[in-house]
Design a protein around this ligand. Structure first.
Ligand code: 0A1
Ligand code: ZN
Length: 871
């Protein structure tokens, strides 16, 4: 059994800090074998806390070596303090004093990638959420904000660049080839926003002038070989800075803004004050090595981290239960930015698709939690789709309910009231209440209740009185620890359309009760309702549409999002019918009505190719799984493959015409229009390949060989790699490897393409790839590309009947738990959903979870996820 007891932390136990740290001075002696950290903290009793006898509580990793501890110059002996787990307590300290602490770190052995570690020879840090306690003993909690001054000392030849937060104020050399730089950050910040970097880095520099005239130096650092991949991130950064001034009135507040790209990183990127650290996958971009999706991710993540400077840094979180205060708001901000830079509707479709597949599945799984969780064992497990994406939907609903102008007034008030403070989601809502004069008490249930609400909508029409009535019933299924839910305040955007598509009404309904009726007068004939326009709330909406009504909405709804959604509803219904046929052993069919509707979309050259692509993409296997009562992997896979092939064959000529139309031969550009054309071109190619006919293999191969950009090359590679043309698949995969083996990010794609190949023998292939020289099990990007893609993208192979996929994943989890618990806990997610699968598979999955929990000394990260999944 797991011998280690992991403590649960509760929101209701929150206590303000008894001790504050006004200033923190840090000195890092960075060496190859060790790093010595000297920390000097100016400590004061918190005037707002009356109990003055509370001991000074510092956090420090259990394995961190404490070399020296002193108060006002007097050394403390071991008997003067207590170390309990990751806590260090000192009793009877004066009202105000200087605490000095020296710790010894071994960054080169740090494989967890939290605290100070090495990535490809450079030193870097990751302190959110609780990484600073792996650097020194500190009140490592976000409501303790301090002014930091940091000196880095290192070998000048190996680490010519020494960076930390704020501005460099002094530097020098100390003989023996070592140099030092002191950085000063004038803004008080919580320890999770501290960062340092030391390495041999190349830099792209630019400038930005804020509206009020502040000159800001923009510097993006990377390994010298990647210097040519930084322009897009720089342009995105400047766009984001301008956008935040225009849309939120927020300016940058330091003289330098730095981004550093590192290859070893647990997440996407980190908003450390003035010194963002980025996963290379979220900052490097070049047409030859980066896909359109990659470009969009860079733009979005650069903006996200920049926006945190206000929503997260200037106003931060009181405690980690409030994580969505900064993350939900910042995701909403970056989504709106991306919508303004590209196509608004396409961005919305992409975000909603992610929410419906992954976040809804989280809401229905054992780790379901509210946007503001009530308890956790390991906070790293709560950097979730619920906190980020559903949190962003909650902010979006406030925007919808208040309207853009009041929302802006509310955000102005929030920033003004709380600048320099660590606050709660209640404070955010209070600002919105103050500017709108509304009571948002009921709305706050979105923060406290978990689960995806369900809206059942029915209607009636009286031709004599011309009255149309919508009846809406809301409910929300139970989730762990919450059996009964109270009704939510839900903004429901709708339209009413006449049968010829003319819009009779459009507006927002506010739902507050379990059952509510809305009456519309003067409606001349029975309308077709267009419901939940723009996905105005993160709910599952049910209404009994006929196929004809969906087809009508697909071609006529003025709301682009709902046009797409109508098509998806129809496809889902048809796919579910095929799944039933599959189970009944009856031949599957593809209705002519669908073929006709798709033909129209394909031939209409006036439509936006990006939108057409979204409409002609079948719902993913993951989404069909989320919608299923009991997940039958084989039925989902076969029904979807059947439909893909049927639509491929029925529209072969049209796919070819679309391909040719979009294959313009223009030079690569990542703008929305060209991206849209490439997306339709590659979708058409995918359908052509789905026919299994040789000429399309030739066309795909030609595209592979002739394309000048990674989007087209990778699309062609993955089509061939996932096809039955195994010989060509092997050949191209090998060729691609030869061409790109020195580009780490491209190799991640190469691994992911193979890991998601559903054809026979997938597990054997991924096992071999794990032995391949380019695979590095210490690099989270490589783990995500191979293990993550296989388990989450390749459902039919991962869920092989004999359970071999589950055993393979559990083997990895046990190995990774010792090395990088955060990544291990994340990769584990697919196993935790065992209750959703058919009985045999479910019990095989459960058996592997049991095997994991029966192991000694599990990390809190993995223990929390596994133990909650087994309840
Ligand atoms: N605040 C970052 C996310 C992040 C969280 C934890 C990390 O390390 C374990 C790293 C990054 C963001 O929202 O971008
Ligand atoms: Zn964030």
């Amino acid at each position: 059994m797991s011998s280690k007891q992991h403590e649960t932390i509760y929101l209701e136990d929150y206590q303000p800090p008894a001790w504050l740290i006004s200033h923190t001075e840090l000195r890092f002696e960075l060496e190859e074998e060790q790093t010595l950290v000297r920390a000097q903290l100016s400590v004061q009793a918190n005037p707002l806390v009356s109990d003055k006898r509370r001991p000074l509580e510092l956090f420090g990793d259990v394995d961190m070596e404490l070399c020296r501890l002193s108060i006002d110059g007097e050394i403390l002996e071991a008997c003067d303090y207590q170390r309990k787990g990751d806590r260090l307590l000192i009793e009877n300290v004066p009202e105000s004093f200087t605490l000095e602490c020296v710790t010894r770190l071994l960054p080169h052995e740090n494989t967890a990638l939290e605290g100070l570690y090495k990535s490809d020879g450079m030193f870097c840090t990751q302190c959110e959420a609780e990484g600073f306690r792996r650097i020194t003993f500190f009140p490592d909690r976000p409501d303790v904000m301090s002014i930091f001054r940091t000196t880095l000392v290192a070998d000048k030849a190996l680490y010519p660049v020494l960076l930390s937060n704020g501005n460099p104020i002094e530097s020098g050399e100390d003989g023996e080839g070592r140099h030092w730089v002191t950085w000063d950050d004038p803004w008080p910040k919580p320890s999770y926003l501290f960062a340092l970097v030391a390495g041999d880095l190349a830099m792209l520099e630019d400038r930005y002038t804020t509206t009020s005239g502040r000159e800001v130096a923009l510097r993006i650092y990377a390994e010298p070989k990647d210097l040519d991949k930084l322009d897009y991130a720089m342009q995105s950064l400047k766009n984001a800075m301008r956008w935040d001034e225009d849309v939120y009135g927020r300016e940058y507040d330091l003289d330098i803004y730095m981004i550093v790209a590192v290859d070893f990183f647990n997440m996407g990127a980190m908003e450390n004050k003035g010194l963002n650290i980025f996963n290379t996958s979220c900052v490097l971009a070049h047409p030859k090595t980066t896909t359109d999706q990659g470009f969009q991710r860079v733009e979005g993540v650069v903006a996200h981290e920049y926006f945190h400077n206000w929503s997260g840094n200037r106003v931060t979180c009181r405690d980690w239960f409030q994580l969505s205060l900064k993350e939900g708001f910042t995701v909403f901000r970056d989504a709106e930015f991306s919508a303004d830079m590209n196509s608004r509707t396409v961005k919305r479709i992409e975000d909603v698709s992610l929410l419906r597949t992954a976040q809804f599945a989280e809401d229905a799984g054992p780790m379901a939690h509210p946007v503001r969780p009530e308890s956790y064992m390991e906070i790293s497990n709560f950097y979730t789709l619920t906190v980020y994406e559903k949190g962003a939907e909650v902010v979006r609903m406030l925007h919808t309910l208040l309207g853009a102008d009041l929302f802006r007034k509310g955000s102005d008030l929030y920033f003004e009231r709380h600048d320099g403070q660590a606050v709660t989601t209640d404070d955010f809502v209070a600002a919105m209440e103050a500017v709108s004069g509304r009571d948002l008490g009921q709305f706050k249930r979105w923060y406290s209740q978990a689960g995806t609400p369900r809206l059942e909508v029915s209607d009636s029409y009286n031709p004599e009185t011309c009255e149309y009535t919508l009846t809406v019933r809301q409910s929300c299924p139970p989730s762990p620890g919450q059996d009964h839910k109270q009704p939510y305040l839900i903004p429901l955007n709708i339209g009413l359309l006449a049968e010829d598509g003319q819009e009779l009404y459009s507006g927002m309904l506010e739902l507050t009760k379990e059952i509510q009726q809305f009456r519309f007068d003067n409606i001349a004939s029975r309308p077709v309702p267009s419901l939940l326009r723009g996905f105005s709330a993160p709910v599952k909406l049910e209404y009994d549409y006929s196929d004809e009504q969906l087809l009508m909405l697909l071609s006529n709804d003025p709301d682009g999002f709902n046009r797409w959604d109508a098509g998806q509803r129809l496809c889902i219904r048809l796919l579910q019918q095929q799944m039933q046929r599959y189970r009944d052993g009856v031949p599957m069919t593809c209705p002519e009505t669908l073929v006709t509707a798709w033909r129209q979309l394909l031939l209409d050259e006036s439509l936006d190719p990006a939108m057409v692509t979204q409409c002609l993409r079948l719902p993913s296997e993951a989404q069909l799984a989320e919608l299923a009562g009991v997940i039958d992997v084989a039925a989902i896979h076969d029904a979807r493959e059947f439909m893909r092939k049927a639509l491929a064959e029925a529209l072969e000529q049209e796919w070819l015409m679309a391909y040719q139309r979009c294959d313009t031969g223009e030079a690569y550009s990542p703008d929305a229009e060209s991206t849209g054309r490439r997306s339709l071109k590659n979708l058409a190619l995918a359908y052509l390949m789905a026919t299994g006919r040789e000429p399309w293999l030739e066309l795909t191969r030609q595209q592979y060989e002739q394309s000048d950009n990674m989007t087209d090359q990778l699309a062609a590679l993955s089509l061939v790699a996932h096809s039955e043309f195994r010989e060509t698949a092997e050949e191209l995969l090998q060729e691609f490897y030869q061409q790109w083996q020195h580009e780490s990010l491209v190799m991640n794609q190469w691994l992911a393409v193979q890991a998601s190949d559903p054809t026979e023998g997938a597990l054997e292939r991924v096992k071999e790839l794990a032995q391949h020289p380019i695979f590095d099990a210490r690099n989270p990007n490589k783990l995500r590309s191979l293990i993550g893609s296989f388990c989450a993208q390749n459902l039919s192979s991962f869920h092989a009947e004999d359970g071999s996929g589950y055993i393979w994943l559990a083997d990895w989890i046990l190995k990774l738990d010792k090395q990088n618990p955060q990544v291990a806990a994340r990769l584990l997610t697919p196993l935790t959903r065992w209750k959703r699968y058919t009985a045999e598979r479910g019990s095989l999955m459960r058996a592997q979870l049991q095997r994991i929990i029966d192991t000694n000394e599990l990390s809190a990260d993995v223990y929390e996820v596994v133990s909650k999944s087994l309840i």
